[in-house]
Design a protein around this ligand. Structure first.
Ligand code: 5GP
Length: 208
């Protein structure tokens, strides 16, 4: 952990395997925090308030928009999702690294305000495979699957706003690659925090 805290933005088209990747990532990097968004959608079975999302009404969501409480928000599959400033700032002030799962619109909003973060996109191995995974999930009716696929294609086409692209062929490998990216970002020169004696050395004049 460093005192600044790095923000990681993670996006993927629906059905790519982002949720499973994140589950594995949590085991690999237990110190990494995951941002909890606000949403107007209903909780799915197994999801809990304040852990997966803050589940709120449309009216409360709109009030939060009016009060400017969201760092970003978007309408995804006809439901509202938003990341509260308060959530992000709480982690950053604690110096914790934070992963925020966003759709591509949310990632765009943050790019537009030059938000300092590492942007990562998970790609399906192919469109055919994405369609097969959406069908296999068996959680949505065919017309919804079709919508998700179309939105997914639109999202995939915007891969260029991301810093890293991970192809999710084998989920264990994807989670390993994702944790490697996070570990590498923590080693960037600008993140380095020397001990007091090393700091003194680094700030002393170089004898040539
Ligand atoms: P789900 O309903 O399957 O949990 O999420 C649907 C989509 O909304 C996913 O792509 C997820 O990453 C995205 N999402 C979740 N929270 C937020 C958020 O706070 N802002 C935005 N822009 N997208 C979000």
């Amino acid at each position: 952990m460093n005192s600044k805290g790095i923000v990681f933005i993670l996006s993927a088209a629906s059905g790519t395997g982002k949720t499973t990747t994140c589950k594995l990532l949590k085991q690999k990097l237990p110190e990494l925090k995951f941002s909890v968004s606000h949403t107007t959608r209903e909780a799915r079975s197994g999801e809990s308030e304040g852990v997966d999302y803050y589940f709120i009404s449309q009216k409360d969501f709109e009030e939060k928009i009016k009060r400017n409480e969201f760092l970003e928000w978007a309408n995804v599959h006809n439901q509202c999702y938003g990341t509260a400033f308060e959530t992000v700032e709480r982690h950053r002030q604690n110096g914790e690294d934070l992963l925020i799962e966003l759709d591509v619109q949310g990632a765009h909003s943050l790019r537009n305000i030059n938000y300092k973060a590492v942007f990562i996109f998970i790609m399906p191995p192919s469109l055919k495979e994405l369609e097969a995974r959406l069908n296999k999930r068996n959680t949505e009716p065919p017309e919804i699957i079709n919508d998700r696929l179309e939105v997914g294609k639109y999202e995939i086409k915007q891969f260029d706003i991301y810093d890293y692209i991970l192809t999710n062929d084998k989920v264990e490998e994807t989670a390993e690659n994702l944790s490697s990216i996070i570990r590498a970002e923590r080693c960037r020169k600008e993140m380095y925090q020397p001990s007091p004696d090393l700091n003194a050395l680094l700030n002393s004049k170089v004898n040539t």
